[in-house]
Structures are given as structure tokens and as C-alpha cells.
Ligand binder design. Structure first.
Ligand code: ZN
Length: 282
């Protein structure tokens, strides 16, 4: 299934992609695409619905982030061997974990309004996984059973805040709008191999990232198991798993987002995102 949320920011309603790609409303069926809707039982109940009988969502309706009431948004750093190389950093011995504020979560087509003092805003196409059942000290063998599905996240980063200021990465990753999520939550049964997904990102028509989850260092099962030893993963938590090469930070000379840029992201089977960058005068 491909689940989505539509409507005004903060008042999104649940939907499902029906035959022919039309978005249909799940209003009255479930409250939201959130922790409650993501358990294996709840997803099975949704599978029994005849989607063609649901009302169509009006074309042009805003698409929101595909998961509501996200408890934790966790990022994994330098998780692609070829991206670590372009960043001139060694391949990590164990996953680099950081948090993005959940207030950064935005819809996949919302404008990205940069902080007025941003100087080094950058893009990162990523595959995220969404937790469906509580995971605490789970083995790698059992880890995939805790994953409800996958979606695209653009892990937007202000590199000056991330790397030139004191402390760790969270400051540079958490500004409002820095985590466009969706358009769809694609349930795990529809993703044959999360370790073999193509992913691209264009900035204003120029292909900047063209990678694959094949070069991911720590895969999904490892990440679920690893993280669950440090913190309880709850249904509705989202883990964005890192980016392949081609970010502005890795270019010579470096390139940063500017007013009017359009980012277009695509991941195999997960649809696409598109955001226009806006800069507001300080
Ligand atoms: Zn990232």
C-alpha cells in the first residue's frame, strides 16, 4: 500500500493511493497515518478495504508529510561509502546517530524557506524507514518485522551550523521545513529489497545526486537493531538512513542552495518530491 496525508499544514487527513494512482480519502476509516495505523494488524485491516469505493481527493490538494505525530526523527550520518569518501571522512566503524527536530517535518512539495542567516544550505536525498511496532533490544534477525514502511526524506542541512559551530549536528539539521517527508509511506511488503533502490536529486534541472542504497554501509536491519539498544523505537518513529554522494558540501567548489532553486528527488517505487527554495531577507 501507498499511504499519504493531505490537507492544510497541521490538519492533514489520511489517504491511500488507489488504482491508477489516484489519491483516495481514508477519513472515517482511520484517524491519521500515525502510530496506531502502522501496526501490522491495523495495516492488514486497511488491506481489506476496497480502495476504489473510497472518495477521491480533489486534485491540487496539498500533500502533507506521509506520517503524522512522529515521535522521533533520527538521522544516520555518513552511511554511504561513496558519500564518506566525497566528504573526506573515514568510513564510520559504527552508525553515526543524530536527531532532527520533528518540527522540521514538512510536506514533499512545500516550499523550503531557508533561515535568514543561512549561508551553506544543502540537499540530501534519503530513504527513511518508519517503525510499526515497538523495538527494544531487537536482534538483526527480527529487526525487519518492526518496519512498517519506507518513504523519501530530504535531509536538508545548514552546513555552517552543522560543522562550523560548536557541538554536534542537530542544530544544522532541524530548522523548520528541513525534513520534507513523502509523498507516500510505502508499506514494507511493497519494497522487495531496501538495499537496492535507485535515488536521484536534481537542483534546478541539474542532476546532483545519482546513487543507490547498494552503497549503504549499515543496512536497515542493522540500524533497527543498533538503535534499539540505545533507545526504544516506537511506532511512528522515522529513521532517515543517510545520503549517497553529490551533496553541495562534497563539490569543488562547494555549491549551496539559493533563492528560487528547485529540488527534485526521486527514489525507486517511492514517488518524487519537489521543493522550491525561498530566502527571506534577515
Ligand atoms: Zn542525511
Amino acid at each position: 500500500m501507498k499511504l499519504a496525508r493531505f490537507g492544510k499544514r497541521g490538519a492533514e487527513q489520511p489517504g491511500i493511493v488507489g488504482p491508477g494512482g489516484t489519491l483516495r480519502s481514508l477519513v472515517g476509516v482511520i484517524d491519521d497515518i500515525d502510530a496506531q495505523a502502522l501496526s501490522p494488524d491495523a495495516l492488514d485491516r486497511l488491506r481489506e478495504i476496497d480502495v476504489a469505493t473510497l472518495p477521491e481527493v480533489l486534485e491540487g490538494t496539498r500533500i502533507g508529510p506521509c506520517v503524522g505525530r512522529v515521535g522521533k526523527l533520527i538521522g544516520i550520518g555518513l552511511n554511504y561509502s561513496d558519500h564518506a569518501a566525497e566528504s573526506n571522512l573515514p568510513i564510520p566503524k559504527e552508525p553515526i546517530v543524530f536527531l532532527k527536530a520533528t518540527t522540521a517535518i514538512a510536506g514533499p512539495y512545500d516550499d523550503v524557506v531557508l533561515p535568514p542567516t543561512a549561508t551553506k544550505a544543502d540537499w540530501e536525498v534519503e530513504v527513511a524507514f518508519v517503525i510499526g511496532t515497538r523495538a527494544r533490544h531487537v536482534s538483526e534477525a527480527k529487526a525487519m518485522g518492526h518496519v512498517a514502511g519506507y518513504c523519501i526524506v530530504n535531509d536538508i542541512s545548514e552546513r555552517a551550523w552543522q560543522t562550523e559551530r560548536e557541538g554536534q549536528w542537530t542544530k544544522g539539521k532541524s530548522y523548520d521545513g528541513f525534513a520534507p517527508m513523502g509523498p507516500w509511506l510505502v508499506t514494507a511488503d511493497e519494497v522487495a529489497d531496501p538495499a537496492d533502490l535507485g535515488m536521484t536529486l536534481d537542483v534546478s534541472g541539474v542532476r546532483r545526486q545519482d546513487g543507490s542504497t547498494r552503497t549503504m554501509i549499515f543496512g536497515v536491519a542493522k540500524l533497527v537493531s543498533y538503535l534499539s539498544g540505545f533507545m526504544t523505537l516506537e511506532p511512528g518513529d522515522v529513521v532517515t538512513t543517510g545520503t549517497p554522494p553529490g551533496v553541495g558540501l562534497g563539490m569543488r567548489p562547494q555549491v549551496w542552495l539559493k533563492n528560487g532553486d528547485v529540488m527534485r528527488l526521486e527514489v525507486t517505487g517511492m514517488g518524487h518530491q519537489q521543493q522550491t527554495v525561498r530566502v527571506v531577507a534577515p
